[in-house]
Design a protein around this ligand. Structure first.
Ligand code: NAD
Ligand code: MG
Length: 342
């Protein structure tokens, strides 16, 4: 398969396609915060649609954003970006969004899950499109404030108005993505690769790798503090180098001893069996098995989700980490996330 690289930057984009629209951001969590504040600073007429009694309404108002109920925001808007958790989108769509939709509106998502797996099926006369930043919402904001941006994907699912791609590009530009690069994909490709990445490599693979390494050192009698620095703290320092210059730059910076160990031992840890398991994980994503199981877990009250999250938070690596991070002289001053505000 030949894949051609096509990137859109700010200079390729007609911003009037978003500057002439009323934009409703539904939900004020990680992405809702990042995208709505960037849109506002880019001069877009933006409103945040949230539950009036919920905690998000106060946070959004404190940022100087206009706030409405979800129903009113949908009625008011030309473009609606859905930024509530994937697992509640179908219910909120049926109850509060669908009854207020009209022909020609743009219904946007930041992840293809509900459209691709047909948990939401919008009417044919509404445009369905996606702008998906390839990074956390808080980073969408922090990078924008630095004059940078988070690379983002765009996709069009249905396009009765005929200009959904231009609208998606203009929206992506307004959240800062046109400084980093905007890439076109499909709902199917974005959904499946995103789920695979977070499960096998970024979140699932990484947390399991860090935790296993930590446990091996601690079980062998080494100090959990040493194990924390080796297996968790240093991860970011290594990943920063990889992020900026690829695996090659990381190897250029580490000692020859470290590089020899990297090249000779890495494949003994991530064995062909691990890769086979990754292929099974991908097949379960493609078949919809993962999506159905996750929806079932949500429908039954997220018992297992909460149990596993609690186990994770109580793990020794987290206890030790909280203690060690509290010693850093810079404390929390440079933290991107402030749970009281965003
Ligand atoms: P989140 O969990 O941070 O957002 C939750 C917000 O949604 C809450 O603050 C509240 O305002 C609202 N909300 C929650 N339950 C609600 C309900 N029942 N009714 C009405 N409002 C409700 O969500 P997020 O992580 O920003 O994800 C939003 C979308 O962006 C998802 O589709 C996700 O896949 C996608 N996405 C997220 C990230 C990320 O950085 N977290 C990255 C790329 C794409
Ligand atoms: Mg992702």
């Amino acid at each position: 398969m030949a894949h051609e690289l096509k990137v859109f930057m700010d200079s390729d984009i007609d911003k009037s396609k978003i500057l002439n629209k009323k934009v409703a951001i539904i939900g004020y969590g990680s992405q809702g915060y990042g995208q709505s504040t960037n849109l506002k600073d880019s001069g877009v007429d933006v409103v945040v649609g949230v539950r009036p009694d919920g905690p998000s309404a106060k946070k959004a108002e404190a940022e100087g954003l206009k706030v409405m109920t979800i129903e009113d925001a949908v009625k008011w808007a030309d473009l609606i970006q859905i930024l509530i958790p994937d697992e509640v989108q179908a219910k909120v769509y049926e109850e509060k969004i669908k009854p207020n939709l009209r022909a020609g509106q743009y219904l946007m998502f930041a992840h293809g899950f509900n459209i691709h797996f047909k948990k939401i099926v919008p009417p044919a006369d509404v445009n369905v499109l996606m702008v998906a930043p390839k990074g956390p919402g808080h980073t969408v904001r922090s990078e924008y404030l630095l004059g940078k941006g988070v690379p983002s994907l765009i996709a069009v699912y249905q396009d009765p108005s005929g200009d959904s791609k231009e609208v998606a590009l203009a929206y992506a530009s307004a959240i800062g993505a046109g400084r980093a690069g905007i890439y076109e994909t499909t709902f199917k490709e974005e959904t499946e690769t995103d789920l695979f990445g977070e499960q096998a490599v970024l979140c699932g693979g990484l947390s399991a790798l860090i935790t296993a390494g930590f446990e091996v050192l601690v079980e062998a009698g080494y100090s959990p503090y040493m194990a924390y620095f080796e297996c968790l703290h240093e991860m970011k320092l290594i990943v920063d180098l990889i992020n900026q210059g690829g695996i090659s730059d990381m190897r250029y910076s580490i000692s020859n001893t470290a590089q020899w160990g990297d090249m000779i031992i890495g494949p003994r840890i991530i064995t062909p069996t691990v890769k086979e398991e990754m292929k099974k994980v991908l097949a379960e994503i493609q078949s919809g098995k993962f999506a159905d199981e996750w929806m079932a877990e949500c429908a039954s009250g997220m018992k297992k989700f909460k149990e596993l999250a609690k186990q994770g938070e109580e793990h020794q690596i987290e206890v030790v980490g909280r203690e060690l991070r509290s010693k850093f002289a810079w404390k929390d001053n440079d933290k991107i996330i402030d749970r009281n505000k965003n």
